[in-house]
Design a protein around this ligand. Structure first.
Ligand code: FAD
Length: 316
């Protein structure tokens, strides 16, 4: 045996001594593509408006189940959110959903905002408690105190489809995981038909959360909120605020890429694709994407999930 060969044997031993992993199953031919929804934020400037609409035009070809537009803390984007949704109604065939938070406003104000949506053709609300803007402590006189009360209020305004928020890693201000889960169940029992999760990076946490939801008697879909991360530093900051854990492996993935956006984007797509494929292999067939008004990563990941543009939409 020559020296070159013997020096390689320990390496090979190391490679074969660990567990063997099969590939993730690919969706079988003929199985339906998952249902998608996309989240946008209302633009502040003309340039951002142009960016948003380029994003919408690209993603609408994927025929999402609905697209939603966020609402700034304490209603700070009220008019911009409204304008974006009304433009979606008048210029696209998409099903628009308005995020609506109730902190810092009276019931009358919230009911009026909701009524304007209904009259403008928006029939789906993502109903949220929301947080007060920094520095504000007044929760508002006669306001809805939480998302349960908001859902109940919206049911009185009109026959909206209502989605609510869910927290696989528990809302940071919840009294306990059990109280948080009970809160989710009560929002659904009050009339919401779907929950969309806070973003998460550890899929096992989400899958365990589904088990807990089912054990608690929840039967509505708990749609995973997927955030394709391109700016790791920003994701760390955001995650700290909303109680999402950043696994160590994720920091390793982005290590040394601060000045290399192109590689970061590629790494990001691979990571998000692995995440959604694992969820899909576990039976999940609906996904909500936090697009950050940028279409490319979401489009690529949707493609990997088996979603293709409808020919008519692509030509339009
Ligand atoms: C899919 C999704 C979309 C979102 N969109 C928006 C948006 O467009 N605009 C926006 O401003 N925010 C948005 N948020 C953030 C959301 O408003 C916050 O997480 C908010 O703190 C809780 O809202 P909720 O509807 O889940 O509240 P609830 O369902 O009423 O409460 C959720 C849990 O948090 C606890 N909790 C919340 N606040 C407090 C508090 N002050 N004290 C004690 N316990 C508390 C409750 O007890 C409960 O356990 C979104 C979140 C998700 C997951």
């Amino acid at each position: 045996m020559n020296h070159a060969l013997t020096s390689r044997i320990p390496v090979l031993e190391r490679w074969v001594s660990g567990p063997r992993f099969g590939a993730l199953p690919l969706p079988e031919g003929g199985s339906p593509a998952p249902a998608l929804s996309f989240e946008f934020f209302p633009p502040k400037t003309e340039a951002l408006e142009t960016q948003l609409w380029a994003c919408i035009r690209r993603l609408e070809t994927l025929s999402p189940r609905f697209v939603s537009v966020t609402y700034g803390a304490g209603g700070s984007t009220r008019e911009r959110t409204h304008a974006t949704l009304i433009r979606l109604v008048s210029e696209t065939a998409l099903v628009p959903a308005a995020h609506l938070t109730c902190m810092g406003a009276s019931r009358g104000e919230i009911d009026e905002v909701a009524g304007r949506y209904w009259d403008g053709g928006v029939r789906h609300i993502v109903a949220l408690r929301g947080d007060l803007p920094p520095g504000q402590t007044d929760v508002g006189a006669d306001g809805y105190r939480n998302a349960i009360e908001l859902v109940e209020g919206l049911r009185r305004v009109a026959d909206f489809e209502i989605s609510v928020a869910a927290y696989p890693e528990v809302h940071p201000r919840a009294a306990s995981p059990e109280a948080d889960l009970d809160n989710l169940k009560r929002k659904l029992d009050a009339g919401a038909t779907r929950a969309i999760t806070q973003t998460f990076f550890d899929s096992a946490v989400y899958l365990r959360f589904l088990d807990r939801c089912l054990a608690a008697g929840i039967t509505a879909p708990i749609v995973p909120g997927i955030l394709p991360v391109t700016n790791f530093a920003q994701a760390v900051k955001f995650s700290a605020m909303c109680g999402t854990a950043i696994p160590d492996w994720m920091a390793t993935m982005f290590e040394g890429l601060d000045e290399d956006p192109e590689t970061r984007r590629m790494v990001s797509v691979v990571m998000a694709a692995e995440q959604v494929r694992l969820l899909q292999a576990n039976g999940v067939d609906e996904f909500h994407f936090y697009t950050l008004n940028r279409p490319d990563l979401t489009y690529a990941i949707a493609h990997i999930l088996g979603v293709r543009p409808k020919v008519e939409a692509a030509r339009a």
